[in-house]
Design a protein around this ligand. Structure first.
Ligand SMILES: N[C@@H](CCC(=O)N[C@@H](CS)C(=O)NCC(=O)O)C(=O)O
Length: 218
């Protein structure tokens, strides 16, 4: 039995999409960052830091999306979603897993400042401006680097799943039209049946109340 503990539109969406690409049977358990469900003793017993994703798989409990993605790709190698050790694209794949979490952490900090902070606390316009510029710098670097249809020259891999999740969420903070190659790449990935099945099961997100969060005035 595989159980994915999931918050709609959170990093657990990466694992959800990968489970769909792998064609595995799994149960989804839904939580919200806002309703306290991730602070229950039952959830904290699985994820002591109170975060998703959590994956229960063959009797083991996994946290950290990049580690879960790597473990699943290694456990189900026939899907060919990760270059094995020694493969010429292995280093690039690992780099993309880490880079995806660089994007994830920038988004997390923007979320803290612009979505989750409650009055009387107020975001620092200077910090938000810096975070936003850093996010745009990573996306611009990826726009310049993307040469083919996917992050790896050999085709679709779990690195695309890791990265595109953050690219999609960046739309709340930056104008994605500034990255036409990444937009075309996103369109290609969105057309995948596995992506569409994952989105159909993702659930209603309650993180973002606006379609776009501009940098606040100084
Ligand atoms: N590096 C971790 C980050 C996990 C993480 O921070 N998840 C967020 C959702 S995207 C979370 O659970 N936040 C809950 C909270 O901050 O209370 C991963 O990739 O799994």
């Amino acid at each position: 039995m595989i159980i994915l503990h999931h918050v709609p539109l959170a990093r657990s969406l990466r694992v959800l999409w990968l489970l769909e690409e792998l064609g595995l049977d799994y149960e989804l358990r839904y939580y919200s960052i806002r309703d306290g469900s991730m602070r229950s003793p039952e959830f904290l017993a699985l994820s002591p830091a109170g975060r998703v994703p959590v994956l229960e798989h063959e009797g083991a409990v996994w946290v950290e999306s990049a580690a879960i993605v790597q473990m699943l790709c290694e456990t189900y190698p026939d899907a060919g979603l990760m270059p094995p050790p020694g493969h010429p694209e292995r280093a690039r794949f690992m780099e993309m897993l880490s880079l995806s979490e660089t994007v994830g952490c920038l988004l997390e900090n923007l979320n803290l400042n612009q979505v989750f902070l409650r009055p009387p606390a107020r975001p620092s316009p200077t910090v938000v401006k810096l975070l936003n510029a850093r996010l745009r710098a990573v996306l611009a670097a990826m726009e310049a680097r993307l040469e083919g249809d996917h992050l790896l020259a050999s085709g679709f891999s779990a690195a695309d799943i890791m990265f595109v999740y953050g690219f999609e969420l960046a739309r709340y903070y930056v104008d994605l039209d500034a990255y036409p190659r990444l937009m075309a790449y996103w369109d290609r990935l969105r057309a995948r049946p596995g992506y569409q099945r994952a989105k159909a099961r993702d659930g209603e997100q309650d993180i973002y109340a606006q379609a776009f969060y501009p940098v606040p005035e100084e």
